[in-house]
Design a protein around this ligand. Structure first.
Ligand code: FAD
Ligand code: MG
Length: 301
């Protein structure tokens, strides 16, 4: 069977696209290995109608709604490879995706594969990611109830986080030898009431207690850190897609209608936009789904 579209990634962005395409009665195969970016958190915030819900429940509800459409099918697996087929290969399919050792064919390909966060290498940080150590103040700042907030510097980019966070609670910038603010930066930090701590960090313990080298312990309600990220699967680079560099990672480059640098390949969600949230992923998937459908009808670039 040749699917109209294979969607790799069946989380918020991929399912939102699948919903559009299922509602157009197009045959869709969603391949997903279930590694959502926010799987470390038990509450998701800022997505209207589901504020505070368990992100796994949002994803499960979404999947149940989308799978009611009979032309949509689901494969729980890692897509190992995706290749473009040549016109002389005797099939009208343009793409082949291999998963669980089987080849699946489609006319269009949509990558909704998300990104993987690369956490700073500090003892005790990774196991607190999404629970007591965060990267997005809009997602997790409010619940800290205006308690003490620590910002773990990763580079001069952490200045931005440190200047934002006083809106959520009294903020300490833990420099951890990552950078030294210049005079202008020190002035902006002072104007926002940010405390500066220069002692290097040994480990994070307890809920969000920062233990400095030398033994001093600074307890916080929550910590923010700057993680770099990378697109979650090599499929995008293997296909030779163009990327767009950002300050903390590169995303797949798309046009306004979510088509990538290669005809017939679309991308949406965190993997294809620099600003990330559940709402934005759902909106991006909604657009990409309609765009894939349009390209099935009228051709792509
Ligand atoms: P993802 O949700 O990351 O899903 C990508 C899917 O693609 C995954 O299921 C993955 O397994 C699959 N996939 C990737 N490669 C393959 C492959 N080769 N084969 C098969 N499947 C594949 N946003 C909010 O709005 N509110 C919050 O409170 C919030 N909290 C967060 C907390 C944490 C700790 C983090 C890290 C992020 C948080 N976010 C939050 C951001 C949010 O998680 C993302 O914006 C959102 O998940 C993006 O959706 P997506 O569908 O693009 O990608
Ligand atoms: Mg079905």
């Amino acid at each position: 069977m040749i699917h109209d579209v294979i969607i790799i990634g069946g989380s918020y962005a991929g399912l939102s696209a699948a919903l559009q395409l299922g509602r157009a009665r197009r045959s869709v195969l969603v391949i997903d290995e279930g590694q959502r970016r926010n799987r470390f958190s038990s509450h998701s915030h800022g997505f209207l109608t589901n504020d505070g819900a368990d992100p796994a429940v949002i994803a499960a509800d979404a999947r149940a709604q989308v799978m009611k459409y009979s032309t949509v099918s689901w494969l729980s697996a890692r897509a190992e490879s995706a290749v473009r087929l040549e016109p002389d290969e005797g099939t009208e399919a343009r793409f082949a995706v291999t998963a669980k050792g089987e080849r699946h064919l489609a006319r269009r390909l949509l990558l909704a594969i998300g990104v993987r966060d690369i956490m700073p290498d500090i003892a005790g940080l990774a196991e607190r990611w999404g629970r007591a150590v965060f990267h997005c103040p809009y997602c997790h700042g409010y619940e800290l109830n205006q308690g003490e907030i620590g910002v773990i510097a990763g580079s001069a980019l952490s200045l931005h986080q440190a200047l934002m966070l006083p809106d959520w609670g009294p903020t300490t910038l833990l420099l951890n030898n990552a950078f030294e603010p210049d005079d202008d930066q020190l002035q902006s930090l002072a104007a926002r009431g940010v405390t500066i701590e220069r002692g290097p960090i040994e480990a994070i313990a307890g809920h969000a207690d920062v233990r400095l080298v030398g033994g001093r312990v600074l307890p916080f309600a929550g910590l923010f850190a700057l993680a770099r990220f990378e697109v979650a699967s090599p499929i995008a680079s293997d296909l030779g897609l163009d990327f767009e560099e950002g300050p903390i990672g590169a995303v797949i480059r798309t046009g306004e209608m979510k088509e990538t640098s290669q005809a017939g390949v679309f991308a949406c969600g965190d993997a294809a936009r620099p600003m990330a949230s559940v709402a934005l992923a759902v909106g991006d998937g909604n657009l990409a789904g309609a765009s894939v459908h349009r390209s099935l009808l009228f051709g792509s670039h």
